[in-house]
Ligand binder design. Sequence first.
Ligand SMILES: [Zn+2]
Length: 358
Amino acid sequence: MQTSPDIPTESLPGAGAQGWLSGWVSVRVSTPLVALLLMLAAAQGSAQTPPEPPTIPASTVVSTVAMVLEPVAEGTWFVQGASAMGSAANQNFISNAGFVVADGGVLVVDALGSPPLARQLLALIRQVTPLPVRFVVVTHCHADHIYGLQVFRDAGAQIVGHAACRDYLASDAARQRLAISREQLFPWVDGQTRLVSPDLWLGDGGQDDDLLLRIGQREFRVRHAGPSHTAEDLVVHDARTGVLFAGDIVFRGRLPFVGQADSRRWITAIDRMQDLQPRVLVTGHGPLSHQPAQDMQQTRDYLAYLRQTMGEAARKLEPFDEAYARTDWSRFAQLPLFAAANRMNAYNTYLLMEHEAP
Ligand SMILES: [Zn+2]
């Protein structure tokens, strides 16, 4: 068990000691009011004893999205974000989060895309159980899965991630991304939103293999599934219920976003997940999967087809445009987001296969 060095949040604009003060931006205290308060304090003879600092919540912003608890299995629930890009309009509720109530505590998987969303999720957890949240496992460090972490940390939970996630959170890239999000997703992500580094991690001096999280009599297996969708992908398996929290390794009912992913290892990760024979899949986006084998296979087939077709083109030094145009995409063309994502997925795979080619 290791404790990570804290990210120097003091260097983040709006964070730290002055951060909570910025929460008062909407409260205008006029000078006469301050004078009146001082006079009242003096009249009560309490001017000599400094008053207790006010207890201010980390932020006063309250999310207003429709967030509904959906049962997954015994003691297990999840909430489903919108199938969209993150925006101030959807309050960045575009990803899923789940939780399991065990004997003596709660395990949460992913923290949603803002502190207000995380508070809303915590309130829903409180409707189910008064037990404390012991752990929050971060499946990967994309903004829509991590910006709510501070709420759970403040509530006493330990954050579990991969070393690659920890390293990313300490990077300029993560700070720059947060700065942009504070503008684009304001007020849901604001000056008080901070990056929260894992307390426990897998890889690089942390746990080498699978990490077993124990809560009471329950054991949850946290497994590194990356680098695949990202370097730091983690999945969480609950052997008792057969639920697998798969993060963004599996895209259900839509075309995957490949991005800069390592698709060869992504396929290996899916095969390892198939070996677990899960009964139910909670994915990072989209509805529950009650047919995990089929849904995992669909993502796998798509990645394999991209690699086969674009790999062949790269080996033959065929220009990408020609290769893309002559490839038969009919197997996947009916999937949602095909028009938005397929060409970019194919192009990224073409570049990847150029490097992989001997
Ligand atoms: Zn995601």
